[in-house]
Design a binder for this molecule. Structure first.
Ligand SMILES: [Zn+2]
Length: 178
């Protein structure tokens, strides 16, 4: 790594230690070690993933979503509805019945109901500065709306204050619930 940095003209950085112990660089650090400095170079940071390159070459658009945020991925919500419908169908041990149930459950998700609106509400909530709990509350309150009012955070605090006044806690449904 030091040689690569040297070849790129980063003489000072080439003299840094090879890497921080256990790859544990300080948060936000960009030049604590050779590894960190190199990994923060524009041509390293901006390299497109092989996955995206291959998909784009085949004309497939790739949209990366944050990890652990299934509420932003409306496909996850379609699966959720499909599973719920599937469980309501009559149980069977026959493969033909099970296949029929799977098709019926998948078909039960109407195209116009693909939950994109719910995901958009969450995206809008996060953009307005709400955290997960607040966003789940807002998404439920403004069911059917694509975006939330600009005053949504204020509304949350008022609802929370009201709930506290009544010795109750604000009711928030889990993000996964449909
Ligand atoms: Zn480091």
């Amino acid at each position: 790594m030091a040689q690569i940095l040297h070849e790129r003209g980063f003489e000072k950085e080439a003299k840094l230690r090879y890497e921080c112990k256990g790859f544990n660089c300080a948060p936000g650090a960009t030049s604590c070690c050779c590894r960190c400095f190199l990994f923060n170079q524009p041509d390293f940071v901006q390299v497109e993933s092989v996955f995206k390159t291959v998909c784009c070459a085949k004309g497939v658009q790739v949209l990366f979503l944050p990890k652990f945020h299934c509420e932003l991925n409306f496909i996850e919500q379609c699966w959720g509805r499909t599973k719920r419908v599937y469980h309501q169908l009559p149980a069977s041990t026959k493969e033909a019945d099970l296949e029929k149930n799977v098709v019926e459950a998948l078909s039960s998700v109407p195209l116009e109901l693909m939950y994109a609106t719910r995901s958009l509400r969450f995206i809008d909530a996060y953009q307005k500065g709400l955290d997960g709990k607040q966003a789940a509350w807002a998404a439920k309150k403004y069911h059917g709306h694509r975006i939330l009012p600009p005053s949504i955070l204020q509304e949350f605090y008022e609802a929370q204050a009201e709930a506290t006044h009544h010795c109750d806690s604000i009711q928030v449904s889990p993000i996964h619930s449909l």
